[in-house]
Design a protein around this ligand. Structure first.
Ligand SMILES: Cc1cc2nc3c(=O)[nH]c(=O)nc-3n(C[C@H](O)[C@H](O)[C@H](O)COP(=O)(O)OP(=O)(O)OC[C@H]3O[C@@H](n4cnc5c(N)ncnc54)[C@H](O)[C@@H]3O)c2cc1C
Length: 570
């Protein structure tokens, strides 16, 4: 190391030491006992928790913050988990039997599956697929329509605030719908999409789905390339700021500590958590608050376990998620694109349109409808569980290449629920998703899969790539009752047997008036409590018509402004 660099490092080290000891003195001065005291205790360092901590520390002067994260720091996470869509915290969505929609005298099974969440600093943003579709104006305007005080949540107040779009030379139209100075990095996907996926989009265009160059622009429908989220999130970049945020990883919050002297008022004064083999208490300072950012499953669980007055609403409350289902085609024309199964081949291209509510092939009007409800991706990753098993077996030849198109129901009418299975907060709650309980959900999904199946049969996919559909009436599945034809009953079995989550649970601690089943008010304060807020995907009044990471970031950004305003007034 050169001498000048060496001196520089020493100065920075000294600066860090000074700042550190200043912060310890400050903390000691405030602490009257051995318990830890903070202005804000944030539980969960996922998308919301990280962004909220970052915004509070930069915007509210002289506060100290504790962030508790049940998972490890992302630096300790192995390379496997760094890949998008590898699943560090797998929960399980339960098997569910329900009456068939197409044959009401029969019972059908929604097959359960592993339900991944990111348990790590960064939460699900660490493992997500990075697709950036932030939803329709109408989604957020419906949040705002719940009362005059909910106006702060309308579209115009929301998403542009957090976005930092890196599109080069954006035109005036693009600038109208995007932010360029926020924290959430968004970029165009690289241009190296595989030819077969590009051809899929060309075929979709030929069938009448228009091109769309910006799915987050004035209209959502069409076919084209999705923009992608950048990663990773940072809690803070300045040394002084980092010192004021105490981030504890592998620190699992056990329960809220309530003020026992005012038992009836449900005043949160701190949290109990498990860390380094022991149980600890952390308390909030007089103006402080506890902010739960545990994500849609765990925030609801934490509140249910705390057993306060909102129990009834929570149990009645819904978990909303976007179900997905897929069709797969085998690429038969030999090629030497041996990287087909790598991650980067996925999720860059797709289309958005309206599914037919009676299960028919979507009409031209449905392709042009400006309130679409199906988001499809095309990828060379295998999604179908049965085909995937084959791909990973010894029987699978090395040149076995596929293209898959996945449809996501955006948003479903059906809603599920969570159930506590233990008072132990380490035990995951039971997840019942209730996919396709409402007939329209099933029929819209059926309609979109009919379209995807048809696309696979069109030239150039059938000619240049020799694509043959897989999994309908072959060794991977016997779903057709007659030859290639699928009856509605066949489709129902197919869809229920193969559906999976698109990882977007939300709505379990809904922001809504209490009389409408809400658990938090428009300022995200938990009804019937003091000093307690929830800030994450669980507060969504309804699931947005797109991916959820950006809306969660928006919720955290908005919450930071609300919290700052109230803190400075106290
Ligand atoms: C595999 C996958 C792919 C995805 N792909 C996309 C995509 O392409 N585009 C998109 O927009 N969205 C995507 N999403 C969804 C998006 O990432 C989530 O909606 C978003 O990250 C949720 O943020 P959150 O803050 O609500 O919760 P999370 O990010 O889940 O954060 C919650 C955090 O709280 C911690 N926690 C929970 N309980 C406790 C406790 N008791 N004590 C301490 N800590 C606790 C958890 O460990 C976790 O780190 C994907 C999600 C997954 C899982």
């Amino acid at each position: 190391m050169k001498e000048s660099e060496n001196n520089n490092t020493k100065t920075i080290d000294a600066e860090i030491r000074n700042l550190w000891s200043e912060s310890i003195n400050y903390r000691d001065h405030r602490q009257k006992s051995n318990d830890e005291i903070y202005d804000f205790i944030i539980v969960g360092a996922g998308t919301a928790g990280c962004l909220l901590a970052r915004e509070l520390i930069y915007n509210v002067p002289n506060v100290n913050i504790l962030v508790l994260e049940a998972g490890p720091p992302s630096a300790q996470v192995n390379d496997m988990m760094r890949l998008p869509c590898t699943f560090p915290a797998a929960y399980r969505a339960k098997d569910q039997k329900m009456p068939s929609i197409t044959e009401p005298t029969k019972e059908v099974l929604n097959k359960g599956f592993t339900y991944p969440r990111g348990k790590v600093i960064g939460g699900c943003s660490t493992v997500n697929a990075m697709v950036y579709i932030r939803g329709q104006k109408a989604d957020y305007d419906s949040w705002a329509a719940q009362g005059p005080e909910y106006k702060i949540w309308d579209y115009d107040h929301c998403l542009e605030a957090v976005e930092n779009n890196a599109r080069e030379n954006p035109d005036e139209e693009f600038k109208k719908y995007h932010g360029f100075n926020g924290l959430l990095h968004v970029q165009d996907s690289p241009t190296d999409s595989y030819e077969v996926t590009k051809d899929f989009i060309k075929v979709a265009n030929n069938l009448g789905i228009p091109c769309n160059k910006d799915f987050n622009g004035d209209r959502q429908n069409g076919a084209g390339k999705y923009q992608a989220l950048g990663r990773p999130y940072g809690l803070a970049s300045g040394v002084a700021k980092i010192i004021a945020v105490n981030v504890k990883s592998c620190a699992h919050m056990l329960s809220i500590i309530w003020d026992e002297e005012k038992e009836d008022e449900n005043i949160a004064i701190g949290v109990k958590y498990f860390c380094n083999g022991g149980v600890r208490n952390a308390y909030i300072a007089p103006k402080g608050e506890v902010i739960i950012c545990g994500g849609a499953i765990n925030s609801a669980q934490i509140l249910m376990l705390s057993g306060i007055g909102l129990k009834n609403n929570l149990e009645a409350n819904n978990i909303k998620d976007h179900p997905l289902c897929m069709v797969t085609g085998k690429i038969s024309i030999p090629n030497n694109t041996s990287q087909f199964h790598t991650w980067c081949s996925g999720m860059k291209l797709g289309m958005i349109y309206k599914g037919n509510a009676k299960g028919k092939f979507p009409s031209h009007e449905e392709f042009l409808d400006e309130h679409p409800d199906i988001q499809s991706y095309v990828t060379t990753i295998v999604y179908d569980p049965i085909i995937n098993e084959y791909v990973n077996s010894k029987q699978c030849p090395p040149n076995f290449e596929t293209v898959t198109s996945v449809s996501v129901l955006n948003p479903p009418l059906s809603a599920g629920h969570l159930e506590l299975c233990s008072s132990n907060s380490f035990m995951q709650p039971k997840i019942f998703l209730n996919y396709y309980e409402k007939p329209e959900d099933l029929y819209r999904m059926m309609s979109s899969l009919k379209l995807l199946r048809e696309i696979l049969k069109q030239p150039s996919l059938s000619t240049v790539w020799g694509i043959k559909e897989l999994g309908f009436n072959d060794e991977f599945g016997k779903w057709c009752s007659v030859d290639e034809e699928m009856s509605d009953e066949d489709w129902e079995r197919y869809i229920r047997g193969k559906s999976y989550t698109s990882f977007h649970p939300c709505g379990t601690v809904k922001m809504a008036p209490e009389s409408q089943g809400g658990c938090v008010n428009h300022r995200l304060q938990v009804y019937g409590t003091k000093n307690l807020r929830v800030v994450d995907a669980s507060i969504f009044p309804n699931v947005s018509n797109g991916n959820t990471n950006a809306p969660v970031a928006m919720v955290a950004w908005r919450a930071s402004r609300i919290i700052k305003e109230e803190y400075l007034k106290k």
